[in-house]
Design a protein around this ligand. Structure first.
Ligand code: BEZ
Length: 407
């Protein structure tokens, strides 16, 4: 641990101990259980504490910022309050580093005593957060990471997702390519849960309808040395390629694909992260690419129209899927917090209200599955200029199978 961070942690601990001692002297022994419980969040008084555990550096940095922007915008629209309490933010840069996840999540929960953790983007980091949130029974809202386990075998009453499971966008694209009569596809991803599980979803839909994945290629996250793999794809002469890349890596991949001369030779498809929030940097190389995702440019619902106007006004930026997921994480939390008038210690009631929420999302309204994952439409989109323009609904109301979830 960095020396300054350690000093801050120790200082916070000293503060907790001395406050605990003062409370003990003032209130007698009945206070012991409360002051001794290190992870107990603030009750109904004071501010509602939100802990952002997101990437603010590295290939996913822009994704983390967009999530935070979306979340803050919704809270700002509620006058800065949820459940009648002012919202206070705590932040940790998770660096998309799974090895640091348990320590980072513990900081928010034990040191900052947050009421809810909102995090994260990277599936590997998410596994660490889920574990710590379960150990501490802390409310967790996942605003991006698709790791199937979080709403599968590791699902929990206190674990919610406002985004997608990795299986979902992959499955939608497998369905689309099979319907188009494609037979032989090569897949290419980063070798970690997000890529591997996207391919699994793709394969499940594609092969059940007669297609065949003839080769699964990968490289370690967050490597961007794509050249050798691109050459291998070309030598396999598939009908199409399906890829999972996101953030800075997606920008580099799409440019490298065009530079290798394959853009007009082998059709390239992906889950929508390939071209979401990246089009300005990808420019001409991305034009015409088709992807599947739970958000698109050109949706016609009223919520999306106002969301996009407000986001552009607030941040001088066009929103992307990550901003939507952050906005909806705040909406989901509002459903819980409002039901208990801000008393987040009434956990069972918070959870019940969140489970029952119908989130009026810019993507289109959604509800949650029994495993707490959005049941939502997946759109087929095509890049046109700076937009992932809506082509059609690829799969309507797609629910993750939640295999292994016992909720
Ligand atoms: C993930 O690691 O789950 C992920 C990262 C970026 C975009 C989508 C998914």
């Amino acid at each position: 641990m960095h020396r300054n961070a350690l000093r801050r942690l120790l200082h916070a601990r000293r503060l907790t101990v001395s406050l605990g001692a003062a409370a003990l002297m003032a209130a007698g022994t009945a206070t012991i259980a409360q002051t001794a419980a290190p992870a107990a969040p603030a009750a109904s008084g004071g501010k509602l504490k939100v802990g952002f555990m997101l990437p603010y550096t590295g290939t996913y940095a822009a994704l983390g910022t967009a999530i935070e922007n979306g979340f803050r915008m919704y809270v700002g629209q509620q006058g800065g309050k949820l459940g009648g309490r002012d919202v206070e933010y705590f932040k940790v840069d998770d660096e998309s580093d799974p090895a640091k996840a348990p320590e980072n999540a513990t900081k928010l929960i034990r040191r900052d005593q947050v009421d809810v953790v909102v995090g994260t983007v990277h599936s590997g980091v998410q596994m660490g957060i889920v574990k710590v949130a379960k150990e501490n029974n802390t409310l967790l809202i996942i605003p991006n990471a698709g790791v199937d386990e979080a709403t599968g075998p590791l699902c929990g009453a206190n674990i919610f997702r406002s985004s997608f499971s990795n299986w979902q966008p992959g499955y939608a694209m497998g369905h689309v390519l099979a319907e188009r009569g494609m037979k032989k596809v090569v897949t290419l991803t980063w070798k970690y849960a997000a890529g591997e599980q996207s391919v699994k979803g793709f394969k499940e839909a594609f092969e059940s309808k007669g297609g065949k994945v003839i080769k699964e290629l990968s490289l370690p996250f967050p490597n961007v040395e794509f050249q050798a793999l691109i050459t291998e794809v070309a030598s396999l002469k598939p009908d199409a390629v399906f890829v999972f890349f996101a953030g800075g890596g997606a920008v580099k991949f799409v440019k490298d694909w065009q530079a290798a001369g394959l853009k007009d030779k082998i059709p390239l498809y992906g889950s929508g992260f390939l071209t979401d929030g990246t089009l300005e940097a990808q420019g001409a190389a991305a034009q015409g690419l088709e992807t599947t995702l739970h958000y698109a440019d050109g949706l016609t619902n009223a919520r999306d129209k106002t969301f996009r106007l407000d986001y552009a006004k607030t941040y001088k930026l066009q929103p992307d899927v990550y901003a939507v997921q952050g906005y909806d994480a705040a909406q989901l939390l509002a459903a819980g917090a409002n039901a208990v008038k801000g008393d987040m210690t009434r956990k069972a009631e918070v959870i019940k209200a969140m489970e029952a929420a119908r989130v009026d999302s810019p993507r289109g309204a959604f509800t949650l599955s029994r495993a707490h994952n959005p049941v939502q439409d997946f759109y087929l989109r095509k890049v046109d200029g700076r937009e992932n323009k809506l082509s059609s609904v690829a799969v309507k109301s797609l629910a993750d199978p939640a295999r292994g979830c016992r909720l």
